[in-house]
Ligand binder design. Sequence first.
Ligand code: PSV
Ligand code: MN
Length: 404
Amino acid sequence: MVTTSDRRTESPSATHGGDLAAVRRSLLAQRVETPSWGFGNSGTRFAVFGQPGVPRDPFEKLEDAAEVNRLTGICPSVALHIPWDKVDDYGKLKKAAADLGLRLGAINPNAFQDADYKLGSICHHDPAIRRKAVDHLLDCIAIARQTDSHLLSLWFADGTNYPGQGDFRRRKRWMVESLAEAYRAMPADMRMLVEYKFYEPGFYHTDLSDWGVASLVCRELGPQAQVLVDLGHHAQGVNVEHIVALLLDEGRLGGFHFNNRKYGDDDLIVGSINPYELFLIFNELVAEEANGGGRDVAYMLDQSHNVEAKIPAMLLSVLNVQHAYAKALLVDRAALRAAQEEGDVVAAMQVLQQAYETDVRGLCADVREELGGARDPLAAFAGSGYAQRKAAERAGGRQMSWGA
Ligand code: PSV
Ligand code: MN
């Protein structure tokens, strides 16, 4: 197994001569939220593949999330999906999270699986269906109040399958009208994150297809509405770091759903396909942080692991995000600015590449250790016996999976 812990921190400081103490402080403050649904079984449109030891209820999902937090030290919150994580008593769920050293994070409504949503939810032509979808959003806001969650994270599978099926403009107005009702119901300390995605298989058009539509909608709603960038939701070749920079500059970047894609919305481990893109995205975020901004951007994983073991996949995802952030923190911003001002294209790119090529594994292992995590979370997990224990404990019962 590749170990993340064999190097100490000399190489970053030697290479960059930057403020390594500041880099460490930023890494110590980094937090990444895990998705409850990523601990359940998942699959493709064709099958859901079970794994031993998968949680049977939201409480067991929290146990797995706590394991990720124990080993990384930077994942103290868990996003919930309603109704997948519906419980009778959210106070009890919140208490269970706290007992495990966690808190409950973004609340994700689900307006895409009920048969009523066949032709859409908040964009449906039938006011009764729109009412049902908005009522669900209002219920989720009420849940968020009970769980002390400050984010309402919205993704809709609204779209049409054929030309002529729907009226684009009416659907847009219905969407804004529906979201405005939810927006008005949010307390002042809650933000609405609006996620876009350019297609679903079989779609002719998607109502919230890209960051432009999401930004327009957020602008209509107000300052508590911001765009959520899911890395898997773009067409091939789209420059995601540019989108991130624009949204940051407009004060509209609410958060991320980290994952990686090769073809479509694949939910692959973040950084597994295009780690350089991930670094370039963090480069924009760090540039904003250097200007004193970007502090309330929510960093969340959105991955449903299909064939890979779930907790190791989550651990590797967190490491990849941590490494990308560390490398971005090491970018020599003064040298980059100087190269840009001189019009020296190669020098500018070299500044980025030098940071990207720095080995940050030791630095990040130090940071995790300082936070009480493991220098090598994957090895520690493999040696902990947790997977075997849970497989034995959780035998029987109905495992959770997406859609249940
Ligand atoms: C579907 O594409 C999706 O992955 C969206 O990104 C949501 O955020 C997530 O599912 C959970 O609903
Ligand atoms: Mn997502």
